[in-house]
Design a protein around this ligand. Structure first.
Ligand code: COA
Length: 217
């Protein structure tokens, strides 16, 4: 019955508004949620315009109750998702922060200070593209898909929706020709780690701040 009622959709531009709403519910204390829906929609739009990225969601009760975003890594040196996403949503981010100056002291803003500065510098120098080897992140690991974000509306958590999204992530990855999955999650996020482990992901490393997990498919 659960399977029959649930619909998984590939995200389209017109879906971003309600995916953003789901994000704000799933991540109520995050900087991105506090930055508002206009910024969030721009941030999520990155998944639709970057050829390496993908985004899908669960449509239930006429709304998005869970969503998941990923990135294909071909195993060669390439840019990670964070800078690319910031560059795409740069103007929306500036507008959002100027309208909400108290976000300058948001813990996540402070924690991402270096990344934010790096991206402001890129803008100022006009160097938006991943061209300089000094700014590239070397990913010298085998090809894989990276799970960047997964979120389920709290009203729907603990009912298997997260597992369904993880299963879909696997199916999509396999269809795209990948047989290795990777993710990084905060060490304190026990609920998410439990869900990943229940779905066959194993811990590769844990530095006390973040846990890197993987699954071979
Ligand atoms: C991490 C997260 C996505 C997991 O979503 P979820 O839907 O709660 O996770 P699961 O699908 O694994 O839930 C499984 C639970 O539902 C139960 N369940 C009920 N029906 C089920 C079904 N048909 N299939 C699987 N599990 C089912 C399981 O028994 C399990 O319960 P338990 O935790 O008591 O053992 C969710 O907690 C979340 O959005 N967190 C906030 C955002 C976040 O931190 N994201 C991760 C970092 S990006």
């Amino acid at each position: 019955m659960f399977e029959n009622r649930m619909k998984i959709r590939q995200a389209k531009i017109e879906d971003l508004k309600f995916i953003a709403k789901c994000h704000q519910k799933a991540f109520p204390n995050s900087l991105s949620s506090a930055m508002g829906s206009a910024y969030l929609m721009k941030m999520l739009e990155w998944y639709l315009i970057d050829s390496r990225a993908f985004l899908f969601y669960i449509l239930e009760d006429n709304k998005c109750v869970g969503y998941c975003g990923g990135l294909k890594h071909d195993g060669k040196t390439q840019f990670g998702s964070a800078s690319s996403m910031i560059q795409h949503s740069f103007h929306a981010a500036v507008k959002s922060i100027l309208l909400r100056p108290w976000l300058f002291i948001h813990p996540e803003f402070i924690a991402k200070y270096k990344l934010i500065l790096k991206n402001i510098r890129k803008r100022v120098t006009g160097n938006h593209k991943p061209s300089s080897s000094t700014t590239q992140v070397a990913i010298s690991i085998e090809p894989h898909t990276g799970l960047i974000v997964i979120g389920v509306d709290p009203a729907y958590q603990g009912k298997g929706y997260g597992s369904k999204l993880l299963w879909e992530f696997e199916v999509v990855s396999k269809e795209m020709g990948f047989n290795k999955l990777m993710l990084t999650v905060k060490s304190e996020n026990a609920q998410a780690i439990k869900s990943y482990q229940r779905n066959g992901w194993i811990i590769l490393s844990d530095d006390g701040k973040s846990v890197t997990m993987t699954k071979e498919i």
